[in-house]
Structures are given as structure tokens and as C-alpha cells.
Design a protein around this ligand. Structure first.
Ligand SMILES: NC(=O)c1ccc[n+]([C@@H]2O[C@H](COP(=O)([O-])OP(=O)(O)OC[C@H]3O[C@@H](n4cnc5c(N)ncnc54)[C@H](OP(=O)(O)O)[C@@H]3O)[C@@H](O)[C@H]2O)c1
Length: 369
């Protein structure tokens, strides 16, 4: 029995120190005390996790917060909770399913019609390592929600963001982009065997490439755009991974894991920093690891890949058909008319959202308390 005492006490001490130090070593709080009274912030996927904590912190700082979520019941409940905790009545829930281009367009229309300005757009929603699900429009779920959905939403809100300049766009990327590869021949996993980890990494690399290309196209507009890895945060993001699949792992391992990683409140600090801090005023096209600017992976610095991804994404979401992506398109048109056979030209026909998010209903908007 006594032979176990030493290893157990060493493990206990290391674990205890790790728990006590984790908040300190994982980045701490946003140093800026800036308030954002009168500013409008749109946050996607704000009913839980980092998005909800970001909404709460920005509501505390006086912002008018619009939470774009796919599940209105969860969204209304989160908005109500935030209004109660912050005593800010300007926190509202609005229907947005990023797995549906129709829902994204309805959401953007509503914002454009009802909001005088949009000062901050936080592209936060994300899905990680789900099965080989497809979006309503037939795209791979992770590529479709994490990249294409936000690509379309941002483009649809660009005029509003420009009118509101100086304004900021923040894209939640991830350290996972480091091992990401963009497979231009098969963006939607239709030709090769589906690999859910790689699909997530591809989508997160796409977030960084999109950030860099958008920043380039927005030079001089007063709209900045940056990508951020929030750190490792205890949220529902791992819901499709092994950790949440069995009774043992969800009831024993998961709480143990949660002790070692950041709380959502701390996980929100990098997004808050990029949204309000004076220090990053004018900074654009950058990648932040928590609150420190870092160089992203070499494949995220590939300008040709960033341009190509933009053009393909634009075709896939039908932006050029609107004649309004403004900053793009002649090259995309050229690519299409040249009859190139990129995956972009053959998005999977619409399929059911088997096992995916609930179908989006008509755009709904909750009333503040
Ligand atoms: N947690 C981490 O350690 C970590 C690390 C690196 C990067 N990130 C990034 O941080 C962001 C936030 O993640 P999180 O950790 O807070 O995860 P989370 O707790 O799972 O929250 C994700 C949010 O995205 C929403 N969402 C998913 N699919 C959607 C769709 N089709 N339409 C609209 N909303 C949708 C979810 O809504 P439902 O509740 O309805 O599903 C939820 O509100 C993600 O982009 C993630 O990639 C997180």
C-alpha cells in the first residue's frame, strides 16, 4: 500500500498546482477597461461556451449585443440570463443557422434593416469533429459552418461594417490550423475518405486564410479583421469526440479535463481584447494566440491559397450571383468560364441535415427583458 503513497501524492501535488496556475499561464484577462456604450456587436454561436461568455463580458461593457444562434430556445435563455446578470437590456437573440445559406441571408437582411450600425462582428460559432454531416446546402458540416457560413455572413454585412468604421471583425480560429491543409480538389470530402479531425483543421486554416485575404481587401476601409486562437477552453466543443461519448468519459474524465483547462469566461478574454482594446486599434490581418500576436503556420501565409479560397468560397455561397461581394469576382468569373474543375464548381446537391442542427425557422428575434 505504502508504495502507492509517493506516486499518488506527487500526482496530487502536480495536478493541484496545474489547476491553480492554469488561469494564470493560459493568458489571464483582457487588460483593457474600455467600455463600448452605444456600439453594436454581433456574435455567432453565443448561446454557450466562449460565445456566451463573450456576449456577457461585452454586455457588461455597455454594448448592444445581438446573439446569432441556431437554437432559439437556448439563445433566448442565454440572452435572458445575460440581461439579468449585467442589467443591460440591449441583449437580444436572433435566429441564425450557419449550416443554411437561407438562414444566413435572412439573418443578415434583418440586421441590415434593423440596425443603424454594426461595430463588431465576432464569427465565433463552430462545430468540431462531427460525423460526415452535410449542411442544408450540401457542404461538409465543418467547412460549411466554420468557414463558408461565416464567409457569407461577413460579406453580407460588409457594407454595414464599412458604414460603421472604425469597426472590427474577429474570427475564432484555432491552433488546429497548424496541421490544416486546404484540399482544393475536394473541399467537401466527396472524393476521399472522410477524416473528421482533418476536416476541422482544414476549416480552421480556412478561418486564418480568410482573415488575411479579407484584411487585404479591406485596406483603407476602416474595418479591421483578425483571427484568434482562444486557448484550450472547457466548453461543449468536444461534444462529438470520445470524451463525451461514453458514460465513464463524460462523468469522470470530462470533469477532470475541465479542471485543467480555461473557463469559458477566461476563454472569452481574447475575443473581448480584440473587440475593445485600444492596443489593437488599426491592427488587421493578424493571428493572435490568446492575446499575443503570433505568426500563423506557413500554409496560412500562402497568399495564393488565400486568394483562391476566397474565389471558390464566393462561388460556393453564390455571392457573385448577387453581384455584391464588391471586393471580388472578376477572377472567380474567369475561373468559372474557363471551365476549371475545382470542387467549387460542383457543390454537392442539397441533402438532408442528418443529425445536424435543427432546421432553421423563420428569422426570429427576442425582446429584451
Ligand atoms: N474550446 C476550445 O478549446 C477552443 C479552442 C480553439 C478554438 N475554439 C473555437 O472557438 C469557437 C467557440 O467554440 P466553443 O469552444 O465555445 O464551443 P461550443 O461550446 O461548442 O460552442 C459553439 C457554438 O457554436 C454554435 N453552432 C454550432 N453549429 C452552428 C450552426 N450551424 N449555426 C449556428 N451556430 C452554431 C453552437 O450552437 P449549439 O449550442 O446550438 O450547438 C454553440 O453556440 C469555435 O469556433 C471553436 O472552433 C475553441
Amino acid at each position: 500500500m505504502s508504495k502507492y503513497i509517493l506516486p499518488v501524492s506527487v500526482f496530487g501535488t502536480v495536478f493541484g498546482v496545474a489547476v491553480l496556475l492554469k488561469n494564470h499561464v493560459t493568458g489571464g484577462r483582457c487588460p483593457s477597461k474600455a467600455t463600448i456604450n452605444g456600439k453594436t456587436v454581433v456574435i455567432t454561436g453565443a448561446n454557450t461556451g466562449i460565445g456566451k461568455a463573450t456576449a456577457q463580458e461585452l454586455a457588461k461593457r455597455g454594448g448592444r449585443i445581438i446573439m446569432g444562434c441556431r437554437d432559439m430556445e437556448k439563445c433566448e435563455a442565454a440572452a435572458k440570463e445575460i440581461r439579468g446578470k449585467t442589467l443591460n437590456p440591449h441583449v437580444s437573440a436572433c435566429q441564425l443557422d450557419l449550416a443554411s445559406m437561407k438562414s444566413i441571408r435572412e439573418f443578415a437582411e434583418k440586421i441590415k434593416k434593423e440596425e443603424k450600425h454594426v461595430d463588431v462582428l465576432i464569427n465565433n460559432a463552430g462545430v468540431m469533429r462531427c460525423p460526415a454531416w452535410k449542411t442544408e446546402d450540401g457542404f461538409d458540416m465543418q467547412f460549411g459552418v466554420n468557414h463558408l457560413g461565416h464567409f457569407l455572413l461577413t460579406n453580407l454585412l460588409l457594407d454595414k461594417l464599412k458604414e460603421s468604421a472604425p469597426s472590427r471583425v474577429i474570427n475564432l480560429a484555432s491552433l488546429a490550423h497548424l496541421v490544416g491543409k486546404i484540399d482544393f480538389e475536394d473541399l467537401n470530402w466527396e472524393k476521399k475518405k472522410f477524416d473528421t479531425k482533418q476536416a476541422y483543421c482544414q476549416s480552421k486554416l480556412a478561418n486564418v486564410l480568410f482573415t488575411r485575404e479579407l484584411a487585404k481587401r479591406l485596406q483603407g476601409s476602416g474595418v479591421t479583421v483578425n483571427a484568434v486562437h482562444p486557448g484550450v477552453v472547457a466548453t461543449e466543443l468536444g461534444r462529438h469526440t470520445g470524451l463525451h461519448q461514453s458514460q465513464f468519459s463524460s462523468s469522470v474524465l470530462s470533469p477532470f479535463f475541465s479542471l485543467l483547462v480555461k473557463s469559458p469566461e477566461l476563454g472569452a478574454q481574447p475575443s473581448v481584447y480584440l473587440a475593445v482594446s485600444e492596443e489593437v486599434e488599426g491592427a488587421t490581418g493578424r493571428y493572435y494566440d490568446v492575446m499575443t500576436e503570433k505568426e500563423p503556420a506557413p500554409q496560412a501565409l500562402d497568399e495564393e491559397a488565400a486568394r483562391r479560397l476566397w474565389e471558390i468560397s464566393s462561388l460556393l455561397v453564390g455571392l457573385e450571383e448577387d453581384g455584391r461581394s464588391g471586393t471580388v469576382n472578376s477572377a472567380a468569373e474567369g475561373q468559372r468560364s474557363a471551365g476549371q474543375t475545382d470542387a467549387a464548381q460542383s457543390p454537392t446537391p442539397a441533402v438532408g441535415t442528418s443529425g445536424s442542427a435543427p432546421a432553421s425557422g423563420a428569422a426570429a428575434h427576442s425582446e429584451p427583458l
